[in-house]
Design a protein around this ligand. Structure first.
Ligand code: UGA
Length: 340
């Protein structure tokens, strides 16, 4: 099988590529702006990489959509501060550029696996969010944070419609706060430019205070990268075509924790770590959401996935608990920090 991954150097793309090359005989064709996370994969003759930009290298993309069996358009801006500061860039990349790739899949009759997001559920009031029944709830237009969820949701709807009207074979995946090695980068220390786990690790390493937005009562269910990738592999394999025209939450409901608990857990793990960079553990402070992110930010109080569909249709269950997930993520970043 030939797999095309646009955004192959990203958090999901590089881990998926490594797994494919290790566990299958498939070929991977990948494009991204850089290859700094692909060291392992670049050594493999079944990996074909182009350094390129999704908005420029259109012919390469078209040619490879035609050539490959499955397409994963993984290019996206996925850090909340960007939704508030650069909403148009989010729309242009996450929606407009990806739409072109999806349309190429329709033209050439190729299967597409599109990364939707846990954010599409927004401020949904369901206890747990279900792919086929939960409402998708956003705030007013002036709350620019929702442009990401809205762009992703619109793409979900367009893909769904292509499935109905043009018989596009698709699967929509919704990762719930995946964490692990190579999530963001500690060298982008700007507050809010990383997802929460990397942000907190960066604060610890640099001896800066950990900031809890609005006191950190909001909750997330964190999913370890390896679990997420295992699920994605099953979706790519698609035995008996069970994934066609389906949406899957990929999350770990057992790993729910408040942001405040997360800060404490990370600080404890860090203070016991042999590779810690600071003698004193960072203080934990509370900060207001508008001063941290800006006027257009609105938060999500909780985000709990129902994973019944992935369990029944794919036979998948996540295995890595929260403490282990945090430990492994911290180990990776501290090793990386010391090797530079
Ligand atoms: C994330 C991002 O939108 C995407 O990466 C993705 O689509 C999705 O959710 C996901 O990973 O499933 P969110 O969970 O709000 O959204 O993003 P984080 O930046 O990881 O923030 C989590 C929570 O921690 C938020 O409530 C935020 O306000 C809080 N936070 C973040 C802090 O309290 N302090 C910080 O320094 C950073």
């Amino acid at each position: 099988m030939k797999i095309l991954i646009i955004g192959v150097n990203g958090f999901i793309g590089n881990a998926l590529t490594e797994k494919i090359l290790k566990n299958t005989n498939w070929e991977v064709y990948g494009m991204d702006l850089s290859d700094n996370r692909l060291e392992q994969s670049l050594k493999d003759s079944r990996f074909h990489f182009l350094e390129g930009d999704v908005a420029i290298n259109k012919e390469w993309i078209e040619y490879h959509v035609k050539k490959c069996d499955v397409v994963l358009p993984l290019v996206a801006i996925a850090t909340p501060i960007s939704y508030v500061r650069e909403p148009l860039r989010v729309f242009e990349l996450d929606f407009e550029e990806n739409l072109k790739i999806v349309r190429a899949c329709v033209r050439y009759g190729k299967r597409v696996i599109f990364p939707s997001t846990s954010e599409v559920y927004g401020m949904c009031q369901d206890k747990e969010f279900s792919e086929d029944t939960s409402p998708l709830v956003y705030g007013p237009i002036s709350m620019q944070r929702w442009i990401y969820a809205c762009s992703k949701q619109l793409m979900d709807r367009v893909i769904w419609a292509y499935g109905v009207q043009k018989n596009l074979r698709f699967t929509l995946i919704r990762p719930f706060n995946w964490i692990g090695p190579k999530l963001d980068s500690l060298t982008t220390p700007k507050e809010g430019s990383s997802r929460v786990v990397t942000q907190f690790i960066s604060n610890l390493v640099n001896g800066k205070p950990i900031q809890l937005v609005n006191g950190g009562h909001q909750k997330r269910a964190f999913t370890y990268l390896d679990d997420g990738i295992d699920c994605l592999m099953k979706i790519i394999k698609n035995e008996n075509n069970v994934c066609d025209k389906q949406i899957f939450n990929i999350g770990n409901p057992h790993n729910e924790c408040s942001v405040k608990e997360l800060a404490k857990k990370l600080r404890d793990l860090y203070s016991k770590h042999p590779l810690k960079a600071q003698k004193k553990a960072s203080p934990i402070q509370t900060v207001n959401e508008k001063s941290y992110y800006g006027q257009g930010y609105e938060d999500i109080a909780y985000r709990m996935p129902s994973i019944k569909k992935a369990k029944t249709l794919l036979g998948w269950t996540p295995k890595v608990d929260l403490d282990t997930s945090l430990q492994k993520t911290l180990d990776y970043f501290l090793k990386e920090f010391h090797s530079k």
